[in-house]
Write a protein that binds this ligand. Structure first.
Ligand code: C2E
Ligand code: CA
Ligand code: CA
Ligand code: CA
Length: 279
């Protein structure tokens, strides 16, 4: 038993070093990644369930490192938030998404808004509103076509400057969406004070919709809440027709997920949605 414990400790030690080394490697690699153009965006269409028509899309960042290969945003975004790399990276993402959408509009593609994820670290920047306004100006994108996705924990923050910033963004005409809704704290009173437009039901609730009665209850509660506050409600992580049907029947109109479309490259979006328009 003692030998076993020792081996187990060795394993944890190895795993810890491994995790630490990987983290360090990612930190190091982040320095050059932006300049060396290792990032690109993919776009996941969001649909109106009833018509199966595209109503918006979400920009998601991808990182292809020359030796480490593809590194997922769930892994590198938290690290970039710690190191501060998220500031220039987030600016690049916003600029890229806005200029791409503007380009698509010019090319005659169906006009739908684009949702861009905003890190809390970005949002705490004093210049955040200025940065966003300037990006819209430089890319010639009308503010009505930009939606910012912020997380629930960020929205929960009672900070006046946060409410202030959101209000300013809202007055510019930008949409605000609360991502991963339902996973944060349970106090919902903040929603009354918050200038938000959309609640995004977290995919963890959608996933077990058919099997877990508590998840079903949560989804129903979120839809009812959105309705009574006159907010839009969007379900993410829709992976089956059955989930889509249940959500639709419960009154959720907008959906995103692998069942309807995976995130697509810019080229794939063009061949799917530009072609459609020109025909
Ligand atoms: P998120 O904002 O909640 O994004 C949704 C994630 O769910 C994406 O993963 C998307 O590819 C994935 N997804 C879409 N449909 C389905 C489905 O049907 N089933 C399942 N299981 N998953 C689905 P991704 O692209 O790996 O991004 C993970 C997270 O990384 C995002 O979660 C977001 O928090 C962060 N992230 C991604 N791109 C950006 C970005 O440009 N900026 C910032 N700040 N964060 C980003
Ligand atoms: Ca999101
Ligand atoms: Ca989400
Ligand atoms: Ca998430």
């Amino acid at each position: 038993a003692k030998e076993n414990g020792k081996n187990q400790f060795k394993f944890f030690e190895w795993k810890m070093n491994h995790t630490k080394n990987r983290r360090l490697a990612i930190e190091q690699a982040l320095h050059a990644a932006l300049e060396e153009r290792q990032f690109h965006l993919v776009y996941q269409p969001i649909f109106q369930a009833r018509t199966r028509q595209i109503i918006s899309m979400e920009a998601l960042v991808r990182w292809q490192h020359p030796t480490m290969g593809a590194i997922g945003p769930d892994e590198f975004i938290p690290i970039a938030e710690c190191t501060g790399h998220i500031i220039p990276l987030g600016e690049w993402i916003l600029h890229q998404a806005c200029s791409q959408l503007h380009q698509w509009h010019c090319d005659g593609m169906v006009m739908v808004p684009i949702a861009v994820n905003l890190s809390v670290v970005q949002f705490n920047q004093e210049r955040i509103v200025e940065m966003i306004r300037e990006t819209l100006e430089r890319t010639n994108l009308a503010p009505e076509y930009l939606v910012l996705e912020i997380t629930e924990s960020m929205a929960m923050n009672n900070n006046h400057s946060i409410i202030d910033r959101l209000q300013q963004l809202k007055s510019l005409g930008i949409g605000i969406s609360i991502d991963d809704f339902g996973t944060g704290y349970s106090s919902l009173s903040y929603l009354r004070r918050f200038p938000v437009d959309t609640l995004k039901i977290d995919k963890s609730f959608v996933h077990d919709l058919c099997v877990s009665s508590s998840d079903t209850a949560i989804v129903e509660a979120i839809i009812a809440l959105a309705k009574s506050l006159k907010l839009c409600v969007l379900a993410e992580g829709v992976e089956t027709e059955q989930q889509l049907q249940i959500l639709a029947q419960k009154g959720c109109t907008d959906m995103q997920g692998y069942w309807l479309s995976h995130p697509l490259t810019a080229e794939q979006i063009e061949s799917m949605y530009l072609g459609e328009m020109n025909r």
